[in-house]
Ligand binder design. Structure first.
Ligand code: NAD
Ligand code: HSO
Length: 238
């Protein structure tokens, strides 16, 4: 796509998700073409307190673990009891999941549960991870909106289970992964918009700036720049 073939023209921009091979290929052709973001193997980060249901948390973690052996299912909680219950439940649900092999590799190699003291600590740690999908399963989740800094898509409360976003909720679901939600956003209309600047000056407007331009150009050792400006006022060099 980036380089074209004898029968297919090259493109200017490549967008969309995929596995680690797709994400790596997109990184490699960036510069030759533009890309939307690094949208690699799926991730789910769940922030949960003791009010959350351990069976639902386990199911949501596995909903993304089943995508890819490299998917990252992560739980951060301030409840040791919840952490222990989810750990046992994930292993129970894994055994009866059709994509058990993939999900088990994801859970074992890429997954973890972290137990922290305070609710604020859960957000601080999750902001550092910057997950593709963030579920906030705490009492009154909207109360913590201003603590969420880095995430591709945020799911608030018990009934906003991640697959809702995959299939019907509406916001685009091509999302940044691998911590790139620190500086990337979901795919959107703005990915297909680019900007160009236009400059036009009158002779007298340019005259006011000429000294500044020629001085800066000569300080940089770029005599040709200075002379191009001076040519507008009839000055040429032999
Ligand atoms: N970040 C996001 O927004 C997002 C969204 C959806 C899916 N995903 C991720 O995308 C992946 C699933 O996408 P898919 O079903 O298109 O993936 P896939 O595994 O079926 O393959 C994607 C592409 O990679 C190619 N490919 C596979 N193995 C390869 C290899 N060894 N070398 C070179 N190319 C190879 C395939 O031919 C295919 O074109 C999962 O990792 C999932 O987690 C991410
Ligand atoms: N969860 C994926 C985003 O990482 C998107 C998807 C496609 N099909 C099912 N889910």
């Amino acid at each position: 796509m980036a380089f074209g073939t004898e029968s297919i023209a090259s493109v200017d921009k490549i967008v969309g998700p995929g596995n680690i091979f797709v994400a790596t290929a997109k990184k490699q052709v960036f510069g030759q073409v533009d890309i939307d973001m690094v949208a690699g193997p799926s991730e789910i980060g769940i922030i949960a307190d003791s009010s959350a249901d351990y069976k639902q948390i386990a199911a949501d973690l596995l909903s993304q673990a089943e995508h890819d052996k490299r998917a990252r299912p992560i739980l951060i909680t301030n409840s040791l009891e919840l952490a222990k219950a989810v750990d046992v439940e994930v292993n129970r649900q894994l055994k009866v999941l059709p994509r058990e092999v993939i999900a088990t590799a994801s859970v074992n190699d890429k997954g973890f549960i972290a137990v922290v003291k305070e609710i604020d600590d859960m957000f601080t740690l999750m902001n550092a991870i910057a997950p593709e999908h963030l579920e906030v399963q705490v009492k009154n989740p909207t109360q913590y909106l201003n603590q969420i800094k880095n995430a591709g898509s945020v799911f608030l409360g018990k009934y906003a289970s991640e697959p809702l976003g995959d299939y019907v909720a509406g916001p685009n679901h091509i999302l940044p992964t691998g911590g790139t939600a620190r500086f990337s956003s979901p795919l959107g209309v703005y990915d297909f918009v680019k900007r160009t600047s236009f400059i036009q000056y009158t002779k007298s407007a340019l005259e006011k700036e000429a000294k500044a331009i020629t001085t800066l150009a000569r300080v940089e050792g770029l005599e040709g720049h200075a002379r191009a400006i001076e040519s507008r006022f009839g000055k040429f060099y032999d």
